[in-house]
Design a protein around this ligand. Structure first.
Ligand code: NAG
Ligand code: NAG
Length: 152
């Protein structure tokens, strides 16, 4: 791990032990961040698809039961966004090389606006065949509230 004094921000301890990175308890391992984002992407797709299905089911068959399921799935989606936002905040991307990893982490960390833009999802799933699905589901997530939990 390389360490650059020049990049240190804010106050800094005088004594630097081995393994210390920019922030004491933050993860500065880019590979780990990438793994987290890939995991996030696959779980997000599952959660968003579940919500989309529930939403369609309600729209074609408006019952209290179907509405309840839709709301539950919406909550799960919000929770997923929230949990992953908190996790994203555990990383210190200062020295990361890949600008898209930096940008997506930053975006996820901003929990109130954590729903990724279509362009970012596209970027994250560029090599995935499921891109189109994720892309359209992301749209749903943007149009419907993905923040129900946070705003409570
Ligand atoms: C509508 O949803 C209810 C459950 O809330 C279900 O029992 C019913 O079979 C559904 N109707 C149709 C036409 O799918
Ligand atoms: C949110 O997600 C976390 C972790 O997956 C889980 O432990 C928690 O029960 C969830 N909360 C809600 C309200 O779904």
């Amino acid at each position: 791990m390389t360490f650059s004094m020049g990049k240190a921000r804010g106050t800094y301890p005088i004594v630097l032990q081995t393994n210390m990175v920019h922030n004491f308890d933050k993860i500065a391992d880019e590979a780990e961040a990438k793994e987290f984002l890939m995991e996030y992407n696959s779980t997000a797709e599952t959660v968003w698809n579940a919500y989309t299905e529930a939403s369609w089911a309600y729209n074609v068959n408006i019952t209290d039961h179907n509405r309840q399921i839709m709301l539950e799935k919406n909550l799960e989606m919000s929770n997923h966004t929230l949990q992953n936002g908190l996790k994203a905040r555990q990383f210190d991307p200062t020295d990361f090389q890949d600008p898209s990893i930096k940008r997506i982490l930053k975006k996820l960390s901003d929990i109130e606006r954590a729903a990724l833009s279509e362009a970012e999802l596209k970027e994250l799933t560029a090599s995935s065949q499921d891109m189109e699905t994720t892309y359209s589901v992301a749209k749903v997530c943007k149009e419907v509230s993905c923040k129900a939990l946070i705003l409570n």
